[in-house]
Design a protein around this ligand. Structure first.
Ligand SMILES: Nc1ncnc2c1ncn2[C@@H]1O[C@H](COP(=O)(O)OP(=O)(O)OP(=O)(O)O)[C@@H](O)[C@H]1O
Length: 247
């Protein structure tokens, strides 16, 4: 396993990912390594395989071929591809957070219950989970909105709830798919800053699919996909410290 300059193996290391849907090749031999504490933007034209790659890295949908190793500090390396469904689901709940464009919050539940749910499915008792959820929401500027249902929140507030849910479990890798795609540019920028602060700002990794070059420009590194292949991989040196590049 390759190591970074600090001697740590990459938190995620994907090798030779291949995924086809019928005659469509969505991933065609992707190798990608992600460092802990790094923000990575995945870009590329529509249909180039971005979501398929994100889902494979997160263990949501397995590739047809290739391997994905997860190396969390203090834990034994895990071959995600080799896990049975139940173990993979558990790994996702415990080790990964998700902030998607829409849809992952449960509309029937309040903001607080949505965040607490992430803890409760990991075995945290309800009372403690609700308390921790309230703190996480307050940290993201949502104090006083705990009892609102999702539909009673603005798009930006909903994304903050999603960020609170992704970070409350302490997951070290957060996956985001167009997290600001449904927001106006000002709200989107604020949500992006919050997301970066809660992830790379806390030593976690952020892996984000985006079409927006301004969003990608805020990440430490940008990879481009085309026809299921990685065609470029650009570290953004000015951005290696969180908060490096301005809008
Ligand atoms: N479940 C599926 N069944 C059939 N084809 C699929 C499925 N999922 C993805 N594809 C196809 O695989 C290719 C890659 O899809 P993917 O969603 O990964 O692209 P993308 O780069 O995320 O696109 P977009 O930017 O439009 O969201 C596309 O041609 C898509 O139609």
């Amino acid at each position: 396993m390759l190591e970074n300059s600090l001697g740590y193996p990459p938190v995620l290391a994907a090798h030779g990912l291949y995924r086809a849907f019928g005659s469509t090749t969505a991933l065609n031999g992707v190798d990608l390594q992600i460092t802990l504490g790094q923000s990575l933007a995945i870009m590329g034209p529509s249909g180039s395989g971005k979501s398929t790659l994100l889902h494979a890295l997160a263990g949501i949908e397995l590739p047809d071929a290739g391997s994905i190793m997860l190396n969390l500090p203090g834990r034994a390396p895990v071959d995600i591809q080799g896990l049975k469904d139940k173990a993979r689901t558990r790994l996702r709940r415990e080790s990964f957070g998700f902030v998607f464009q829409s849809g992952l919050l449960i509309p029937e539940l309040t903001a607080q219950e949505n965040v607490a749910m992430a803890l409760m499915i990991n075995g945290v008792p309800r009372g403690t989970a609700i308390e921790r959820a309230a703190t996480a929401l307050a940290d993201l500027g949502l104090a006083g909105m705990e009892e609102r249902r999702i539909g009673q929140l603005s798009g930006g507030q909903q994304q903050r709830v999603a960020i609170a849910r992704a970070q409350v479990t302490g997951a070290m890798v957060v996956f985001a798919d167009e997290p600001t795609g449904a927001l106006d540019s000002t709200t989107g920028f604020e949500v992006l800053e919050t997301l970066l602060e809660c992830t790379v700002g806390a030593g976690k990794s952020l892996v984000m699919v985006t079409h927006d070059p301004n969003v990608a420009a805020r990440c430490d590194r940008v990879v481009q996909l085309q026809d299921g292949k990685l065609i470029s991989d650009s570290p953004q040196p000015l951005n290696t410290m969180h908060g490096g590049v301005q809008k």
